[in-house]
Design a protein. Sequence first.
Length: 132
Amino acid sequence: MDDRRHISSGSPFEAGIGFSRARRVGDRVVVAGTAPVLPGGGCPVGAGPQARRCLEIIEQALSEAGARLDHVVRTRMYLTSADDAGAVGAVHAEVLGQVRPASTMVVVAALLDPAWKVEIEAEAVLPAGGAS
């Protein structure tokens, strides 16, 4: 039996680029770089609200894969400005502070949409037996 599952968020980029929002393979769930896209398009204003939206989308993808935020073991945050590190870090701490995953925050030249200030990736590992 194949234990690989694709999780889709319905992003228009998924089919065009050829990726899944998340993949579950065994006890591991990997969530792709997640932008702060709102239903119907657009994104929140400001790095903090955008980080919150990214983490909401990640939480939904984890849930569909049978995982939770407390299963997250790693995050990567991509920012377009170092000035936004405090706001993004504060949201990360609020949502994942009790989990304390290994985490990386880097500044990049740009993201796919110029309105996006942050994009976040996550990896989760389910407890032994794959129970959520």
